[in-house]
Ligand binder design. Structure first.
Ligand SMILES: Nc1ncnc2c1ncn2[C@@H]1O[C@H](COP(=O)(O)OP(=O)(O)OP(=O)(O)O)[C@@H](O)[C@H]1O
Length: 288
């Protein structure tokens, strides 16, 4: 499989001296669905923001980020053609990032702005074809009937689904989802994760999603990358992760990752690994 994302020797110190990313190197193949896990403050958001070219890495280094062979940043400098690269990358934020007062359909149509002349985007003049595409995307995430409502009137889960519809309209090859379910109830979380898995499966879209709970990462993502204090400490099949390994990697912080998702998140008959920190042996046996 060809590599769609390449990260080489990424380091990031913030102005306050915090060393948030330490020599991060990763390669993600086209069509993979990868979970980025780690305790709070380990650098998940910082890494995704670097990949999207929203933050520059430390200068005077050999760092490199490429998406589909195009440079996002090199040696701490964001590439001058970053807008072109960003058009291939959909970013789903924890807090949805929709324009609250605008209708849902217009929010989704924002995903097509990069394909139209500036005057049309400025006047918000969308063609019938663009509207049809946006409606179709809303249908795929199950909220077509909400298209005329203001974004602010949707539930959190519906807003997140609208944000995913926006990436569909954008035609993103890579979707970066930064804790997309962190503020959602279990049932909405399940729907959002199912939709991300479906666009990965059906559209061949590469998905990298940061998550707090290991059980959700294991259920939806065949590959897991775990960070600890800005460093990649595990990169491999999610089935290889065990509570014992997580405790080795994280020490006391492992409890944060092992906290199971609420049972309501599990669909009937689903093969969910419910992580019980009190019973690591049986869970490890199940995962093996
Ligand atoms: N703009 C900034 N200035 C200074 N420090 C920052 C900045 N952004 C992030 N940090 C620090 O970098 C580290 C990594 O933060 P980051 O938000 O990437 O973690 P995270 O793994 O996404 O955490 P969470 O799961 O809580 O969202 C943290 O210690 C954070 O305080």
């Amino acid at each position: 499989m060809s590599s769609v994302l390449r990260i080489h020797q990424l380091n990031k110190h913030f102005a306050n001296g915090r060393h948030a990313l330490r020599d991060v190197s990763l390669s993600v193949s086209r069509g993979e669905m990868v979970a980025l896990i780690g305790a709070s403050g380990c650098g998940k958001s910082t890494l995704l923001r670097h990949v999207a070219g929203l933050v520059a890495a430390d200068g005077a280094t050999d760092s490199l980020i490429e998406i589909d062979g195009c440079c996002v940043q090199k040696g701490g400098r964001i590439h001058r053609d970053i807008r072109k690269v960003r058009s291939q990358v959909g970013f789903v934020f924890q807090q949805f990032n929709l324009v609250a007062r605008l209708p849902v359909l217009v929010n989704v149509l924002v995903g097509s702005l990069h394909r139209m002349p500036w005057w049309r985007s400025w006047l918000r003049m969308f063609t019938a074809q663009e509207r049809a595409l946006a409606l179709e995307a809303l249908g795929r995430v199950g909220i077509a009937d909400c298209h005329a409502q203001r974004a602010s009137t949707l539930s959190g889960g519906q807003q997140q689904r609208a944000a995913i519809a926006r990436t569909l309209v954008q035609g993103a090859k890579v979707v970066l989802a930064d804790e997309p379910i962190a503020s959602l109830d279990p049932e909405s979380s399940r729907k959002v994760m199912e939709i991300l898995a479906r666009i990965n499966r059906e559209d061949g879209c590469t998905v990298i999603v940061s998550l707090h709970q290991v059980d959700i990462a294991m259920k939806y993502c065949p590959r897991v990358v775990a960070l600890n204090q800005g460093q990649v400490v595990f990169d491999g099949p999610s089935s290889a992760l065990t509570p014992a390994l997580l405790r080795d990697l994280y020490g006391v912080q492992a409890e944060e990752l092992l906290r199971p998702a609420a049972p309501a998140a599990a669909p009937e008959g689903a093969n969910v690994h419910v992580l019980n920190p009190a019973a690591p042996v049986s869970w490890a046996a199940q995962a093996a």
